[in-house]
Design a protein around this ligand. Sequence first.
Ligand SMILES: [Zn+2]
Length: 506
Amino acid sequence: MTGSADLILRNAAVHTLDEPGVVEAIAIRDGRVVKVGTNRSVTLLQGIDTEVLDCEERPVLPGFIDAHTHLRSTGRYLVHADLSGAENRDEIIERLDTIRAEHGGWRVGIGYDESTWSDGTLLTRDDLDAVSDAEPVAAFRVDMHTASLNSAALEQVGADLPPEYVEIEDGQPTGVIYEDALGVVRSAIGGEELTRTLLEVAQEHALSLGVTCIHDMVRGSSVPRAYRELELDRELQLRVRLNYWRNHLEAVRELGLRTNHGSDRLTVGAIKSFSDGSFGGRTAKVSEPYEDGNGDGTWVVQPETLHQLVDDVESAGYQVTIHAIGDVAIDETLTAIERASDPANARHRIEHVELATDGHIERIASAGIIASMQPNFHQWAQPGGLYESRLGERFKRTNRFRDLVDAGVRLAFGSDSMPMGPLYGIHCAVNAPNDCQRLTVDEAIEAYTIGGAYAGFDEDRLGRLGQGYVGDCVVLDRSPWDDPWHIEDIEVTHTIVGGELVYERE
Ligand SMILES: [Zn+2]
């Protein structure tokens, strides 16, 4: 029947972000919002097949858009043993002991960080043989560029590992492997099949957090392929925009793929590149040396290469997005993007933009570049935290949300999967350690909805709940406006994508 709605949310406080104030009810038909208004007016669209959700006065917002994710990595933390925060090797062994072997008989842990341990040395085969001498065991370091294997794992994949990435001592492998050798282990653990599982598990998690759309930073073909398989099987519930790694520019161009081409669920986004590294690794390019170490960072991609890449992406007609964290990297990235013919129209983005100067903020605003930022990074920006130890007084000038918004820059918020959680991010932006950089609740929510929609050329479809927008929304158990100091404690009770209930809190 054409007249009646598929889903009605009533008795709600719907923040449409389209009009000021709130409305009581919303009706969705064929995936789109067809009516917002009073309970009475929306009920006129109720038919016998209409599903009705009584929201018991709870707030309803547009679904969150996480504009910078690595969904497979989110899945890894959910599926494998989480080794993050382990304080020594005994704790690692304990955690790997408690999980059951899976995925072709492997035991897998992810996210260990030996830099905080008293001896500060990587895990070896001897350490991991204590977990099992029969089952293969792999522990991935937090940076995902290093891993450690036990003897059974070395026996299974040793012959396939590229020798230049295998650490040898006294003629024997220590168990530590690097870079390309990790790919061999990943295929042994489960390869493509595992990728799909990881995306499925992470998708469920994202929906439970109220995320309805992600911009996923993909490398290699297995993640895009798994997304397309999920979509073909009608199991892709999230809306996904794929930002392809720079190595894929030629392939993307050769196949005739275009930015913004795709379906209702899955679209082609930008071409992405790094410029510098991170504060944690002291590899972000900064103008003054690090406070707790030598050097001022390293280029992951040299400026000349970066400029050439931006030119190539630009002339091929794609959106471009560049990771830039330190002030020197932001400067160089701006110079590269400013040369583009119309950066605002192409909606070019800079990822992270952590240590921007006043001058940079002005340039970002006047070129119309999108600042794709991660408010959850404030977890390291507390006094006495990681950023202060790396940057000294400069830590107070990181993540300048207030200054960027005041300058008219369009912010798109995301999590970088560290970890995923829009309400936590909104909490961090509203309660920023440096109080002159705080955003209002409205501004922070807009950056996690309207901002992401704009960065994905989706502002006519996503990010708001006015009539004609897609029916992507989230019901919260409490209002973030009532108690802005505790937004991180708010829970999602329902998530809806295209008018379909995809998550309900137990
Ligand atoms: Zn990232």
